[in-house]
Ligand binder design. Structure first.
Ligand code: EPU
Length: 306
């Protein structure tokens, strides 16, 4: 059989950057590597590229970005291989997490079903240690294959990766792939857990709107807050934002969801500047009211980084 035509490594200029907010600036240069060697070539063009997943947790400043943006969406960089007998699964960085979750549940492989409803690529999910009340991706990771900014390949075992709440310490690397340990189990039971996670989201979070999910990480309290939590306890940022009276607050086309206060929703005509100003106002109000400094979960890319 003739081999498929070799894909070309292209760099698009003045390219839109897709994000869940549906607002924000463009990339001066967007690279679409087709293989690992192309990823290395990206580092020759810009040793500090910005790695793009599916833009699920990303806000790009309206002025766009000058650094090379790298999209890992080519077929060779999005592949997944599951071994239904052992559960060992190899997923490339650009693979789509929701699709992998559905496929693993269908095959009766457990470990990811609690992450149902989280939009992400594998690379993005690893960097953020994506998760929620029903689990986090770190729990399934065996090892991660990556490239450092000098183009050297490295493999990190699970124990070497400082996974924590919504963080991994992997941000300085270019993630290539991961090996996940999924456990063979009963597909019907896995499906029930998946449905439970999805139903919880549907009942507590706005759906079908433009939003990056939770805008802020849940903070750990330094001092007790009555009715919220004790010192040392991680509490819902959404609850604090809600109690600070921010629900429904808006700046331009950006608004704090009435459903879940940690969700910022963008409407037609919104700009990234609206979202940033709204985040700043939320930060100010929660600090004034509770003395809690919220940390952003949404990643913001700005041109003035150089
Ligand atoms: N709450 C309010 N008002 C609000 C929102 C929440 O009072 O506007 C209360 C709820 O009633 C509940 C408590 O706060 O008693 C916790 O709320 P929830 O169960 O929604 O959890 P969360 O801590 O706000 C976290 C994650 C979500 C994840 C859910 C469920 C963070 C920042 N958020 O939210 O993750 O989906 O648990 O697993 O860790 C995301 O990261 O993008 C995200 C949506």
């Amino acid at each position: 059989m003739p081999s498929p035509p070799a894909l070309e490594f292209v760099i698009r200029h003045d390219a839109p950057i897709p994000t869940s907010f549906g607002v924000g600036g463009r990339a001066d240069r967007l690279a679409c590597p087709t293989c690992e060697e192309d990823v290395r070539r990206c580092l020759e063009i810009d040793p500090e590229p910005l790695m793009l997943g599916c833009g699920a947790n990303l806000l790009v400043g309206d002025e766009g970005v000058g650094r090379l943006v790298v999209s890992m969406g080519a077929p060779a960089l999005t592949q997944v291989q599951c071994d239904p007998e052992t559960g060992l699964t190899v997923a490339m960085a650009g693979a789509n997490l929701p699709r992998l979750i559905i496929e693993s549940v269908r095959l009766g492989l457990g470990g990811l079903e609690g992450l149902g409803g989280i939009p992400a690529t594998i690379g993005g999910a690893l960097v953020m240690n994506a998760g929620g009340a029903f689990g986090q991706i770190a729990d399934a990771v065996v090892r991660v294959h990556a490239m450092d900014r000098a183009g050297r390949r490295l493999t990190l075992e699970r124990a070497e990766i400082p996974f924590a709440y919504r963080s991994s310490g992997l941000g300085g690397l270019l993630i290539l792939s991961t090996e996940l340990n999924l456990r063979p189990g009963d597909p019907a039971a896995l499906r029930r857990r998946y449905d439970e996670a999805m139903a919880y989201k549907k009942s507590t979070q706005p759906m079908g709107v433009k939003s990056a999910g939770c805008a802020f990480k849940n903070p750990t309290l330094a001092a007790p807050i009555e009715g919220v939590g004790d010192a040392g306890q991680r509490v819902s940022a959404g609850r604090l934002i809600d109690l600070a009276g921010c629900k429904g607050m808006g700046v331009g086309g950006a608004e704090v969801s009435h459903g879940h206060a940690n969700f910022i929703i963008t409407r037609k005509g919104a700009t990234a500047g609206d979202v940033i100003r709204l985040m700043e106002e939320i930060e100010r109000r929660v600090l004034d009211r509770f003395g809690v400094r919220l940390e952003r979960e949404v990643v913001v890319w700005r041109r003035d980084w150089g």
